[in-house]
Design a protein. Structure first.
Length: 228
């Protein structure tokens, strides 16, 4: 049965053991990824972004492919009980997010990086709370958020392609992709509540959405820090 066939969904702020396990798992993956990101920022890996995004569409396609492939491999491993697949998939995801985030963070002096990460964490947490509160408070089907998120991602990629030749368009592309991750975050929160996916699968989906939001908030925080 399609998720979109659900006429009304649960409403309220109670949380089950499975939901708690999924949220805890996602939080653990996010914390590990942020620590890896901070470590990468102090190594030569931090300059990789500058080469990849010398042509913006190349950078977006490389990271987009890494996230897509990593998530599919990780999910296949969890669903099939294949630990090697799950570990490899998560390794690809952790490396991709850490490498991208390190490139962004490297624009900030090392002494200020922890502060910027803390600001980013607070901003991301605030967004998560707002999105989760909205989803939990509504008794509607949020499956369309997943579709809209995909449209936002595709629109963002097309705009990056245009922005490769017309730089001002890149800001609009950033907004599209950021909105895509926020929509996916809401969709993942809803799916945790309304489907019977395993906690492990739900944690992977939630982790990807949160890290997507995190690296976008990080870009805003770094830009604001550089302007001070």
């Amino acid at each position: 049965m399609s998720l979109s066939s659900t006429a009304e969904t649960r409403r309220g702020f109670g949380i089950s053991t499975r939901e708690l396990a999924a949220v805890s798992g996602a939080a653990g993956l996010v914390v590990a990824n942020v620590l890896l990101m901070a470590a990468f920022a102090l190594t030569p890996l931090a300059v990789v972004n500058r080469y990849l995004f010398a042509v913006p569409i190349i950078g977006v396609l490389v990271y987009g492919a890494a996230l897509f492939v990593g998530e599919r491999i990780a999910e296949r491993g969890v669903m099939g009980g294949n630990v090697l697949y799950a570990v490899v998939g998560m390794g690809v995801l952790q490396f991709a997010f850490a490498l991208f985030g390190a490139g962004v963070l490297s624009w900030v002096p090392p002494a200020s990086q922890v502060t910027v990460l803390a600001i980013t964490g607070i901003g991301t947490a605030a967004l998560i709370v707002l999105v989760a509160a909205y989803v939990f408070a509504r008794s509607i089907d949020f499956d369309h958020w997943g579709r809209y998120g995909n449209f936002a991602f595709l629109g963002g990629i097309l705009l990056v392609a245009v922005g490769t030749l017309a730089t001002p368009v890149l800001l609009v592309a950033f907004v599209f992709i950021f909105v895509g991750f926020v929509l996916r975050l809401g969709w993942e929160i809803w799916r945790i509540r309304e489907t019977d996916r395993s906690a492990s699968l739900a944690a992977i989906g939630m982790y990807v959405a949160i890290m997507g939001v995190f690296v976008h908030v990080l870009q805003v925080a770094v830009r604001m820090w550089m302007q001070d």
